[in-house]
Ligand binder design. Structure first.
Ligand SMILES: NC(=O)c1ccc[n+]([C@@H]2O[C@H](COP(=O)([O-])OP(=O)(O)OC[C@H]3O[C@@H](n4cnc5c(N)ncnc54)[C@H](OP(=O)(O)O)[C@@H]3O)[C@@H](O)[C@H]2O)c1
Length: 227
């Protein structure tokens, strides 16, 4: 399948590696291809620069956001929260219309330290903002509540006995995303929370997730629903 991934960070890289390994054709979108390839320093979390990662991923192509959107039959948003609207604007409405977007981004406000704050929450969400701005896109919020490695390999923890959530207004899109998460990434438990407004709930879990990471000094954990 042809897949467009917006975002060159650790999430974009984890998604692209896994999808290429599965035989999909992935194009990763960035603001400026030359600048992204020229980076030589690790990011703020110590992840290697994009070009170092890309050298091990000959099947993954890098392009503009518009290139990734044009290429993708399915689109994944792994840009920073405040970069998501600009990324979709750069991708272009015509390249987005009619397509499904798995929105993984979180509206983090990193300027105020811990506990982490969100710049939109409770009465709105980043996912809804994207959907309102691009009504021709079918936004499905998912995968935003765990770390990048776990998104594409849920078996890394508890033999995969934990949940991923989906929120979206288009029932067919949500069904397709659910099948994709199960079939491609191996998720056993996909919980449909309802319409896209329920993305507010999963985005609001993220400050707790970050606080747990700080407290436990590891990102290799997840929140699990136990009945
Ligand atoms: N890291 C995790 O494990 C994790 C877990 C769950 C959810 N998330 C969410 O997933 C998203 C990606 O996280 P990440 O850690 O991989 O990377 P990130 O550092 O949050 O985002 C990097 C990407 O955002 C793009 N970007 C930043 N500002 C932009 C702007 N003004 N306009 C357009 N694009 C812009 C960058 O573009 P360039 O390529 O041009 O630099 C880059 O591709 C975030 O929203 C994060 O909250 C992350």
């Amino acid at each position: 399948m042809k897949i467009g991934i917006f975002g060159t960070g650790m999430v974009g890289q984890a998604l692209a590696s896994k999808l290429a390994e599965l035989g999909h054709e992935a194009v990763v979108g960035t603001r400026n291809v030359a600048e992204t390839l020229a980076k030589t320093q690790p990011d703020g979390f110590g992840n290697p620069p994009y070009s170092q990662w890309a050298a091990q991923q000959p099947k993954v192509k890098l392009g503009s956001y518009a290139d990734a959107a044009k290429h993708g039959e399915l689109l994944l948003n792994a840009t920073s929260g405040n970069g998501s609207l600009p990324a979709l604007e750069a991708a272009g409405t015509a390249n987005l219309n009619g397509k499904i977007l798995l929105d993984i981004a979180n509206p983090l406000d990193n300027s105020k330290g811990l506990p982490l704050q969100l710049y939109v929450c409770s009465s709105d969400s980043l996912a809804e903002q994207l959907q309102r701005a691009f009504p021709g896109l079918k936004v499905v919020k998912t995968l935003n509540t765990m770390n990048a490695a776990l998104m594409v390999n849920p078996q890394l923890i508890d033999n995969g006995e934990h949940q991923v959530f989906v929120s979206g207004d288009d029932a067919d899109a949500k069904q397709l995303v659910t099948a994709f998460l199960r079939g491609q990434f191996g998720w056993k438990h996909v919980v449909d929370l309802g319409g896209l407004a329920t993305a507010r709930c999963t985005e609001m879990l993220v400050p707790l997730w970050v606080q747990l990471m700080v407290t436990m000094q590891t990102p290799m954990f997840t929140l699990k629903i136990v009945k």
